[in-house]
Ligand binder design. Structure first.
Ligand code: THU
Length: 135
């Protein structure tokens, strides 16, 4: 599968505009490239009962899984407190890494982006080595 990095990052930046983060003021957008070639996007959605909130990555995965997707190639992430523009590399939290490990191989790509010109690419295997296995 060809990964169009620009398209993924642009989609993440677009959905980030919808982030609901009145408590942390940290706005995150995530766009996930699935097996069908479609991109599914999600933003973080916080709650006045703080632990109830959901991260952007798991929102994107929930959208893709709900559409029947089960294969995933890459996710682009953009986040930060400045709503207008991301200003640092946003990497997935531990819970999201574990969530990804359920569906993604160790070569699944995680693109943390400030813009289409400034990003880093890690694999899930790098960010979550020796992950939990239920057996
Ligand atoms: N957040 C994400 O959406 N993804 C991550 O990987 C890390 C954190 C959100 C959760 C919360 O709404 C805000 O960022 C601050 O933690």
């Amino acid at each position: 599968m060809d990964i169009n990095i620009n398209e993924l990052i642009t989609a993440a930046a677009d959905v980030r505009k919808n982030a609901y983060a009145p408590y942390s003021n940290f706005y995150v957008g995530a766009s996930l490239l699935a097996g069908s070639g479609k991109i599914y996007s999600g933003c973080n959605a916080e709650n006045s009962s703080y632990p109830v909130g959901i991260c952007a990555e798991r929102s994107a995965f929930a959208a893709a899984l709900s559409a029947g997707e089960r294969d995933f190639y890459a996710i682009a992430l953009t986040g930060g407190k400045n709503k207008a523009k991301a200003d640092g590399f946003c990497r997935p939290c531990g819970m999201c890494r574990q969530f990804m490990a359920e569906f993604c191989r160790s070569d699944f790509k995680i693109i943390s982006a400030i813009s289409v010109k400034e990003y880093e690419i890690c694999t899930l295997g790098e960010l979550l080595p020796k992950s939990f296995i239920l057996r």
